[in-house]
Design a protein around this ligand. Structure first.
Ligand code: PMV
Length: 324
């Protein structure tokens, strides 16, 4: 029987989160933790999904666009909405069995929902014998995220589609893939609490509306940091990358999205020899990244004493079909 598997990587934001909401540039990298989506034919008339790593499963009605949860709690149910919409975007009509496997830790801000969405679109398109360009897949996946979340930047879906390191400028909206001459030695640390992205974006907007004369220069600084980092990454200038990360962390703190838990990890990483460290993504909990050439193991093990950390590499390959 016909069976197709596609996979797509998660992401981490290196520079420019929050500022990107106001048209400033951001830099993000795809990470070598992937979502794997396998689609096969079912002989009955039902469409069924299992996300084993989350303990979630359910039946999808592609015509009426409804979900009947079988296993899993309310919050984790969300993933089924991305899958339902992704299947529809890839013109799935047949009854199919969808099996999802995740390397990507959930709630670490690594873009697991985008990775699942992009991998589902590619697997389903291939199953339905439709060929989609990367650009089309990225667009469809972004539409799914907008649809499910209400708001979303194209960062996650772009990285899951194209892989690599991407510089995103919003005005004009443009994605530039950065050719990096070296690995990026990055450690991710994450807290058990996940910040609410929508609320954190709102919090920053309120500050900006109340005191534009204070906040606008911070956003301008973030832009200068991201542009400096772009050059430093291309050159492989470790020292400048680290320095700019530390500055970016200070600016994010000034916007009010830092937390004590994140700060503790940020300073632990620096004390263990990281050249730079900052929160990544929305903040208010969630994750941090440390840039630590030659010190990855020390940084991972010291953060692991009180939170969770792991080393990542850049995923140079974006969404792809897996060999059967
Ligand atoms: O926490 P994440 O990975 O969803 O990142 C949010 C990044 C923001 O800039 C705060 C919001 C956005 O949509 O770009």
């Amino acid at each position: 029987s016909r069976q197709v598997t596609a996979s797509a990587p998660g992401k981490t934001i290196l520079f420019g989160e929050h500022a990107v909401v106001y048209g400033k540039p951001a830099i993000a990298a795809a990470v070598d933790k992937r979502a794997y989506v396998t689609i096969s034919k079912r002989e009955d008339h039902l469409t069924h999904v299992t996300v084993g790593d989350l303990g979630v499963s359910g039946f999808l009605d592609l015509k009426n666009r409804t979900i009947q949860l079988e296993n899993g709690s309310g919050m984790q149910r969300g993933i089924l909405e991305y899958i339902l919409k992704a299947l529809i975007k890839a013109k799935t009509e047949d009854s199919v069995e969808v099996d999802v496997r995740l390397d990507i830790p959930i709630g670490a801000g690594l873009g697991s929902s985008a990775a699942v969405t992009v991998a589902t679109i590619m697997a389903a398109a291939s199953f339905n014998q439709i060929t989609l360009t990367n650009e089309t897949m990225a667009n469809l996946a972004h539409q799914v995220e907008l649809d499910v979340q209400g708001a979303a930047s194209p960062i996650d879906t772009s990285l899951s589609t194209y892989g690599g390191v991407i510089y995103l400028s919003k005005q004009p909206q443009k994605l530039v893939k950065l050719e990096i001459p070296h690995e990026l030695p990055i450690v991710i640390g994450y807290t058990s609490t996940r910040g609410n992205t929508g609320e954190l974006v709102k919090l920053v907007r309120q500050k900006k509306d109340a005191r534009p004369e204070v906040i606008n220069p911070i956003l301008d600084s973030m832009e200068a940091v991201a542009n400096g980092a772009r050059q430093a990454i291309i050159k492989g200038d470790h020292k400048t990358i680290g320095l700019l990360m530390n500055i970016n962390q200070g600016l994010l703190d000034a916007l009010g999205v830092n937390t004590e838990e994140l700060s503790k990890m940020v300073f632990t990483a620096r004390n263990q020899g990281a050249m730079g460290s900052k929160l990544t993504g929305a903040g208010g909990g969630g994750s941090m990244i440390a840039y630590c050439p030659g010190r990855e193991e020390e940084v991972v093990s010291s953060i692991n004493q009180f939170e969770r950390a792991f080393q990542i590499n850049v995923a140079h390959e974006g969404v792809r079909l897996e060999k059967p």
